[in-house]
Design a protein. Sequence first.
Length: 161
Amino acid sequence: MPLGSVANACLVPSSSMSDDNIWTDAWDPGEDWSGGGSRSKRLPRGDELGATVYELGPRSWVPFHFHHASEELLVVLRGRPTLRTGDGSRELTEGDVVHFPVGPVGAHGLSNETTEPVRYVMASTLRSPEVAEYPDLHQITAQAGTGSQTGERLWLIHDVD
């Protein structure tokens, strides 16, 4: 098979690709929304579908939120995270897969109540523009992959009274 074929896809270099192995400990630098104990790395992605590997440290969390444009799919790789939805909280185990549809029905948050790290993949549709609501934080965010009138990527946080 020629270089660039499916069998050799992992050998094709790309400047937009980070470490594409879910088990390595190479993490992307970036903002941590977990209360201080999370690491992440983007996996190879397309125009409409993306995925990120996260490691959530003990006593760390992902804020309760929902999206208006993008669906998400959680796959637990390692550990026992606690999932909070509109129906309450439950512990997940390795191998569990949970789908989060758009809108309030897909609201979710994740926490690590254990003493060991939790590793998971979050895949999502990449809709733009996107609006996400964070009920516990009383915030709404808006973001878009396109430039705004400032010339920068659109990213706004609105505090709800």
